[in-house]
Design a protein around this ligand. Structure first.
Ligand SMILES: Nc1ncnc2c1ncn2[C@@H]1O[C@H](COP(=O)(O)OP(=O)(O)O)[C@@H](O)[C@H]1O
Ligand SMILES: [Mg+2]
Length: 258
């Protein structure tokens, strides 16, 4: 979807990540404007999940900086020096970012409704009736109004993933991260999840989406970034990158997935 204002919401600059001696991210730069859908593709092991996990403070970064909504993620800068944020401040930053994983990670002993209500009640201290009303609205939005009383085991993978999206939205995040949200689904269930994501994009949500769904990238993405070996190989208008890739590695990858 076309960004209304060219205002950066996410700025990743010179991001490096090591796991021990393993240099997984080797200087990633990525800017996502407010309201943009930024799609990231690349082979397995290229560092896509690690990058998302750094944005969401699930990993500490080794070098570089990430800011979301103008705030540095994980640190405070005082006189040019970075100081670690306290656990409480990190928790507050994470609340602004919704994340949807390949595996849905719903609470198995809670209904769809209870899953969506959980964080607003427990983390934000919302009154139960307020959280319930909003959760029912969100379940309706993802096409599951009639499934609110179902447990995860009574739902298909696609339905569970849509509950997971509603659950993330219940915290009113300013940014949504998706890490291969349809990769674990049977093919016939993928479309419903992608449609929910498309509607979310239309509503103006800023999104970073790691996916192998090239059709989604072409149709919904404002930007397509190809990562390989912990670097951004190329990044640009999705239609441009897909029809006219500039780098041999991008061409080779696309020839395998298209
Ligand atoms: N917690 C971890 N500890 C050590 N190595 C990891 C960890 N997580 C990921 N890696 C390694 O980092 C590299 C990038 O992984 P990942 O970000 O999951 O790639 P992608 O999502 O693109 O498949 C891989 O070589 C992977 O084995
Ligand atoms: Mg991954």
């Amino acid at each position: 979807m076309t960004a209304i204002a060219e205002k950066p919401l996410v700025e990743i600059q010179g991001l490096h990540k090591y796991y021990g001696h393993h240099h997984v991210l080797r200087g990633i730069d990525l800017t996502v404007n407010q309201g943009e859908v930024s799609v990231v593709i690349g082979p397995s092991g290229s560092g896509k999940s690690t990058m998302l996990r750094c944005v969401n403070l699930l990993e500490t970064i080794s070098a570089g900086r990430i800011s979301v909504g103008g705030s540095l993620i994980g640190y405070r800068e005082v006189n040019g020096r970075l100081h670690d944020l306290k656990a409480k401040e990190i928790a507050a930053q994470r609340r602004e970012i919704g994340m949807v994983f390949q595996r849905f990670n719903l609470f198995p002993h809670k209904t769809a409704l209870q899953n969506v209500m959980e964080a607003p009640v427990q983390v934000k201290g919302q009154p139960k009736d307020v959280a319930k009303k909003r959760a029912l609205e969100l379940l309706d939005r993802v096409g599951l109004a009639d499934r609110s009383g179902h447990y995860p085991s009574q739902l298909s993978g696609g339905q569970q993933q849509r509950v997971a999206i509603a659950r993330a939205l219940a915290m009113d995040p300013e940014l949504m991260l998706f890490d291969e949200p349809t990769s674990a689904l049977d093919p016939e269930l993928v479309g419903d999840v992608l449609n929910v994501m498309k509607d979310l994009a239309k509503s103006g949500m800023t999104m970073i989406v790691v996916t192998h769904e090239i059709g989604f990238a072409r149709e919904v993405g404002d930007r397509l970034t190809f990562m390989d070996g912990g670097v951004v190989v190329e990044s640009g208008d999705p239609r441009e990158v897909l029809s006219n890739p500039q780098h041999a590695r991008t061409k080779e990858f696309l020839s395998r997935v298209l």
